[in-house]
Design a protein around this ligand. Structure first.
Ligand SMILES: Nc1ncnc2c1ncn2[C@@H]1O[C@H](COP(=O)(O)OP(=O)(O)O)[C@@H](O)[C@H]1O
Ligand SMILES: [Mg+2]
Length: 374
């Protein structure tokens, strides 16, 4: 039987739960062409959410959704290739003729390739521009609005992992992109980002190009009760029963992170019989500790001695700045603790919110707790 839990890739359908309010909010932003910036910690379900929204709009001919994954675009050149391809792909999905799609682009020449599933894939090679990269870039930037106006449709452009653009050429790219999109009143831009200082500053700092360019939408956690129901239902779909209290324990061990919930549940599913027992949680967690050991060790290993001490302490208490804690854990002074926390936040092992610090990955935290015991 197939494991009913899924993690890693974005999820949809039966693997996706709730988000009713968020789906409705995003849809209404799309209909009114209100740009939004959606952010959350990593793996909280941004990509799954936006893909679910776009999928639910697929039947509406008046909406043209364009999904751009910037994780695949580490340079401006690749950005434009991927962006152009995403626009082309949106028209392929609508069943438009390839010749007509090709005609959208004047300065770069698309190539079409038949896929294994019998569909078409469009791609671009930016070294083959007819009039220089800069002009070709501008053509692509202008396309969503041009299409929206010419065809009388609402174009939705999603930039997933938008913080990636900060790696390009500093503020020049940001300014340029903003200068184009600010006139695009027929297009809804949805910027998505993982919660880091970098992306928050992009939208919240008055000196930055994207300041005031979008409604800011922090993606909330899914309510605990819905997560419990989801776990129970997924187990039940394969004929297994789990008590609400046991499902609740999975949710709290995972700190309500859907990724971790699905990972832990998947392991518990593997080791459990028709009725999930309390002790299956331990066995499932042990299996995760084993499979993640190498990864967690590499995170630990790449941290300095003092940072490791801070990690170990944080795994036991969040009162990292208390004098007693600093003394008992031999952390030196609060300024060295501050410096280590800063470095650990940069490498994403530690997260900060409202002046409080904690270990980002709940299972890494458990791994550290076990490590401190021995
Ligand atoms: N609404 C949801 N219901 C159930 N699981 C979810 C949901 N959203 C996310 N997940 C879980 O979290 C994982 C990461 O989701 P993803 O959408 O890739 O997050 P992000 O884009 O924020 O990094 C998924 O693989 C899935 O296991
Ligand atoms: Mg994502």
């Amino acid at each position: 039987m197939k494991n009913p839990f899924k993690y890693g890739e974005s999820v949809s359908g039966e693997h996706f739960t709730n988000r009713r309010k968020e789906i409705a909010d995003i849809k209404s932003a799309i209909r009114s062409a209100q740009n939004i910036f959606i952010y959350s910690f990593r793996r909280l379900g941004k990509t799954s959410l936006i893909k679910t929204v776009l999928q639910s709009l697929a039947g509406e001919r008046s909406i043209i959704p364009v999904y751009v994954d910037l994780q695949r675009a580490p340079s401006v050149g690749q950005f434009v290739e991927i962006y152009s391809a995403a626009i082309g792909q949106a028209f392929i999905a609508r069943g438009e003729k390839l010749k007509k799609i090709g005609a959208l682009f004047k300065m770069i020449i698309p190539s079409f390739e038949l896929t294994e599933t019998g569909g078409w894939k469009i791609s671009f090679d930016f070294s083959k521009t007819t009039r220089g990269t800069e002009k070709a870039l501008e053509e692509v930037y202008e396309l969503p609005q041009k299409i929206a106006v010419e065809r009388g449709k609402r174009v939705v452009v999603v930039f997933d992992e938008f913080q990636e653009i900060s790696q390009y050429d500093g503020s020049a790219f940001e300014k340029k992109l903003r200068s184009f999109i600010q006139h695009h009143n027929e297009v809804c831009y949805i910027f998505m980002g993982s919660k880091t200082q970098i992306i928050l500053e992009m939208f919240q700092d008055p000196r930055r190009a994207f300041y005031n360019s979008a409604d800011i939408y922090p993606l909330p956690l899914i309510p605990g009760k819905d997560l419990v129901d989801f776990i129970i239902e997924r187990f039940a779909s394969t004929g297994k029963r789990i008590a609400p209290a046991t499902a609740g324990e999975i949710v709290s061990l995972s700190r309500r992170s859907p990724y971790h919930i699905q990972m832990l549940s998947a392991h518990i599913w593997t080791v459990s019989g028709n009725k999930v027992k309390q002790e299956n949680i331990r066995t499932g967690l042990d299996a995760i500790m084993l499979s993640q050991n190498e990864l967690f060790f590499s995170w630990y290993d790449s941290s300095s001695l003092h940072q490791r001490a801070v990690l170990g302490t944080l795994a036991q208490t969040r009162k990292i700045f208390s004098r007693d804690v600093i003394l008992t854990h031999n952390l030196g002074s609060s300024s060295t603790v501050q410096a280590s926390l800063k470095a650990l936040t940069r490498t994403n092992l530690v997260t900060r919110e409202d002046g409080k610090y904690w270990i980002f990955d709940p299972f890494f935290e458990i791994w550290l707790q076990k490590k401190m015991e021995i």
